[in-house]
Write a protein that binds this ligand. Sequence first.
Ligand code: VG1
Ligand code: CO
Length: 544
Amino acid sequence: MDIKTISTTPFDDQKPGTSGLRKKVPVFQQPNYLENFIQATFNSIPERVGQTLVLGGDGRYYNREAIQIILKMAAANGFARTLVGQGGILSTPAASCVIRKYKAIGGIILSASHNPGGPKEDFGVKFNTSNGGPAPEKVTSAIFAESQRISEYQILEAEDIDLDKQTKTQLGNMTVEVIDAVTDYAGLMESIFDFGRINQLLTSGTFRLSFDALHAVTGPYAKAIIEQRLGAKPGSVVNAIPLEDFGGGHPDPNLVYAHDLVETMFGDNPPDFGAASDGDGDRNMVLGSKFFVTPSDSVAIMAANAKLVPGYANGIAGIARSMPTSQAADRVAAAMGLDCYETPTGWKFFGNLLDAGKVTICGEESFGTGSDHVREKDGLWAVLFWLNILAVRQESVEQIVTEHWRTYGRNFYSRHDYEGIASDKANQLMQQLRDRLGSLPGSKLGNHQVKYSDDFSYTDPVDGSISKKQGIRIGFEDGSRIVFRLSGTGTQGATLRVYLESFEADPAKHDQDTQAALADLIAIADQVAQIQAITERDQPTVIT
Ligand code: VG1
Ligand code: CO
């Protein structure tokens, strides 16, 4: 065996963000950059020797090269076995499923999620632990600490592995198993949902659906599950072939970036159901005919209808949502007598709650929903959940959502993103807001009386760990809220996210336009945070 020990020096910028380490491809291609981060990750799991690792990615540019490097490093670092998705492909939820099913010590997922891909675009590395979930903060901090004192890494000198054939190959003392990327995941979906009933709906002749994979990782999964197993008409899944640059698009399932699907769903004679997922398959957007379901409503509606799905027929244990996500889910939890947890942004904060059995369904406003079936948010799972509800209730998406609002009231909700602003300006904006937090409660902003204002701090109810400075919240007496935070997934400058929410109990007012319903809060947000003055932008780049 030819294991080489290579001397290296630390890079100071390897601190994982909201979801792994994300940088431009050329940054990862610098000598030793990827290797340092992988060795730092391996160093943080001393119990790795003799264990199984899971490896795959969303197929973006540099995926295959990175996989070859990581395989050789895993072989040199004592792993007994690595499971790799065929072609180097594993969606984020599928990787979570495989880690759990084969009791791996962890997994490495190569993805920058919804960020564009290509030689000059984004690449990323996420490490998931043995529960299948994103490494919690204590692990990502340990990885960062390792990256700051690294002096060498181990790599096996060997030929590249053929990633396209499902075979077992020996790499030093480690076995590499190239596995079908879809089978385990599809089997899990079949164990949760009523495939028979969904099949009846999809083959009834009247129901039409369109799933846009945006040339990202969910293409093969959606083809296999929605078309082949569930019988949707061929062509129901579009843009199904994963491309290294996602066809030049932005694989982000929202009303702005999934524009073709939006045109289909809001055009003439639209299908009954439309959905899209992101680069790595963990996000979902759900649409009905000429109707958009906000992700915050989606998680609330799923929780309220969970008993219609066989996998949740015995009820759910509780609900969790990220802090900026609307409080629609809280209303469902209250009505069902369940606990509802509010966590910082990022799926890693749901892991402990799921492991402890405190919650079953989790959601984020950023088009992320999931459950205890894996430890990641799961785009196709959410789509199948909706199809299962539609198959049982035999109503349209719009009917289901509007009826939900009549029962629970409507939380009007929108997120305004200001992308690519200068980091110093973004920090200045947050700092001056922070400086004013103490003086806001009791004062009036527009017509709204401030009830509380703080920088969100979270104490994990399971292990007691504390995460501070997770976003500035201003809450009003009437239940409306404005939240400000900076993105932790970008690779260029800073992105300011402004989250706006108000509540309306009166069904006569539920069909207002969202932006109109939130207009006064939007004006208050600008006034209190000096957005236009500091960023010199007169409008957001993306509104969801
Ligand atoms: C964003 C979203 C957050 C999500 C994260 C990862 O983070 O706001 O809700 O968990 O992306 O999603 P940020 O820090 O940019 O706001 V994914 O699909 O990129 O793994
Ligand atoms: Co994603």
